[in-house]
Design a protein around this ligand. Structure first.
Ligand SMILES: C[S@@+](CC[C@H](N)C(=O)[O-])C[C@H]1O[C@@H](n2cnc3c(N)ncnc32)[C@H](O)[C@@H]1O
Length: 257
């Protein structure tokens, strides 16, 4: 699997097995968040932009609309295949955050959506700083399920992200990424933060796909996946055939020093 050898087994196997489910079940990003990133990272026609850990291209396709020159980097072949289908005209490379397959000083802006928790932060930040041009910026964005909604809190318990240590996932998703960059990325200025939200139109089948696309769930034995799917269906049965899954979204813009 090429450079996927250098990423965590949980990511390589989970995202490899769950790529189609990922594309169907995961949220996109709200227009205001994309606009904010575009403004703060100076993304636009003629600019060179890298979407790192691009997955199936959920953020990539929104950035492509700006007519910037976009390169997507993603280590898992099955995720990259989905991206190539969804983002015509975007260059897609195999590579990792810890070993970015680009020359020094060639990128105006680099985005990382829903993926920084997989990286070795010091190594990745040094690599990102290496490929950015002077004046370039890093953008980080995360959607987190909004657990102020009771059924969403119950869903999160079912997904058992809290057992992540068992799966050796290095960070929770509720991290202050400005602090992580400040600690591990001396090449960068302090981050500017933007808070927003996203509402994903949802139905029981898509939600099951979404749960099964969670990296460590996608690699569970089939019987366990089937049992979990049944629990998810029971949980949302009272919500009817269509409902909304709310997220809080946090974005950061981090200029090079
Ligand atoms: C949750 S997905 C996010 C995908 C996409 N950016 C999005 O917004 O939907 C995380 C992605 O990070 C990738 N990944 C994991 N470890 C990585 C690493 N060390 N370097 C680059 N990508 C990595 C995975 O293969 C996966 O596609």
């Amino acid at each position: 699997m090429g450079t996927a050898d250098h990423i965590s087994d949980v990511a390589a196997e989970g995202f490899g097995a769950g790529a189609a489910a990922y594309e169907k079940g995961r949220p996109s990003y709200a227009d205001d968040v994309v606009d904010w990133l575009v403004r703060h990272l100076g993304i636009g026609p003629g600019r060179t932009v890298v979407d790192l850990a691009a997955g199936t291209g959920k953020l990539t396709r929104l950035l492509a609309a700006t007519e910037a020159r976009i390169t997507a980097i993603e280590p898992v072949d099955a995720m990259r295949d989905q991206l190539v289908a969804a983002c015509p005209g975007v260059d897609a490379l195999s590579g990792t955050a810890e070993s970015i397959p680009l020359p020094d000083g060639t990128v105006d802006a680099l985005t990382v959506a829903q993926a920084f928790h997989w990286f070795d932060p010091a190594v990745a930040l040094a690599e990102i700083a290496r490929v950015l041009r002077p004046g370039g910026s890093l953008g980080i964005v995360f959607n987190e399920r909004d657990t102020r909604e009771a059924w969403v809190a119950d869903l999160s318990k079912l997904i058992r992200w809290d057992e992540r240590e068992r799966w050796r996932v290095p960070y929770t998703v509720e991290v202050d990424w400005a602090a992580v960059v400040a600690e591990h990325g001396p090449q960068f200025q302090p981050a500017v933060r933007y808070d927003s939200s996203y509402i994903q139109p949802m139905d029981p089948d898509t939600l099951v796909q979404r749960v099964l696309s969670t990296s460590y769930i996608a690699r569970l034995p089939e019987a366990e996946q089937t049992a979990l799917a049944a629990k998810v269906r029971d949980l949302v049965a009272p919500l009817g055939p269509s409902f909304e899954l709310p997220y809080v979204t946090v974005a950061y813009a981090v200029p090079l020093r």
